[in-house]
Design a protein around this ligand. Structure first.
Ligand code: 13P
Length: 256
């Protein structure tokens, strides 16, 4: 699969369960002092924050060019789904994007590929950019099952997305064994898996495969970001732990 250098790099920080509104406000103020002006930035930048911090962060980052993402949403606009939040609710808070299918949601909270096949098109239809996360466990990799797992997750997650909207999805390849472990994938491992994900999109649409952005996530730090991001099919990073420090997050944006 040829790689298209026109894809704009994308670096997103996933705060996970971190960030009171006070912490979020202080973080945003600091981050904006560290990032170049929007016109001089070579990457799209996003922060993925808890629901309760979304309004604060959207206000603090208004006009900064830094996108604001939620970390989950329900596929329905409303209904008897206690504890859930919908796309219209996120849009009302000026949210731009939403992380869907993070492995922590899959493993700890029962998120399924079936639900994701509804959430991804629901986000697109509402005008939110979905960041669909996929990735294998260590035992799946060791058993030679990485491709089977990725195929299933990518095909089902994108099943009800029209071909002409595929490139509006951002896909994050996050090998579960690399998340929060300090055990980062090698640049070759990241490139191999991400080119495979791109080829899966290519099974649906060659144009979408050229345009879709596929990020790497899993123990990305300022000192390993550049060599991973230099891989031809790696279009950016979804950063967990290292995104909680504005300095290190800004350094990773700089590496992109
Ligand atoms: P770490 O960068 O902390 O490994 O987390 C990666 C991740 O899960 C981002 O969504």
């Amino acid at each position: 699969m040829p790689s298209d250098t026109a894809r704009r790099p994308y670096v997103a920080g996933n705060w996970k369960l971190w960030g009171t509104r006070a912490q979020a406000a202080a973080y945003c103020e600091r981050l904006l002092t560290l990032l170049p002006e929007p016109a001089r930035r070579d990457a799209d930048v996003a922060v993925c924050v808890p629901f309760t911090a979304l309004e604060t962060v959207a206000g603090a980052l208004a006009g900064s060019g830094v996108a604001v993402a939620a970390q989950n949403m329900h596929q329905a606009d409303n209904g008897a789904f206690t504890g859930e939040v919908s796309a219209p609710m996120l849009l009302e808070l000026d949210v731009d994007a939403v992380v869907l299918g993070h492995s922590e949601r899959r493993q700890l909270f029962g998120e399924t590929d079936r639900a994701l096949s509804e959430k991804v098109p629901a986000a697109l239809a509402a005008g939110l950019q979905p960041i669909l996360c996929v990735g294998e466990t260590e035992s799946e990799r060791d058993a030679g099952d990485m491709q089977r797992k990725l195929r299933h997750q990518v095909q089902e997650g994108l099943e009800d997305v029209a071909d002409d909207r595929l490139a509006d999805v951002v896909i994050a390849y996050e090998p579960i064994w690399a998340i929060g472990t300090g055990k980062v994938a090698t640049p070759d491992q990241a490139q191999e898996a991400i080119s495979f994900v791109r080829a899966l999109v290519g099974d649906r649409s060659t144009a979408a495969a050229d345009a879709v952005r596929v990020l790497y996530g899993g123990s990305v730090k300022p000192d390993n970001a550049a060599e991973i991001l230099a891989q031809p099919d790696v279009d950016g990073a979804l950063v967990g732990g290292a995104s909680l420090d504005p300095e290190s997050f800004a350094a990773i944006v700089g590496a992109a």
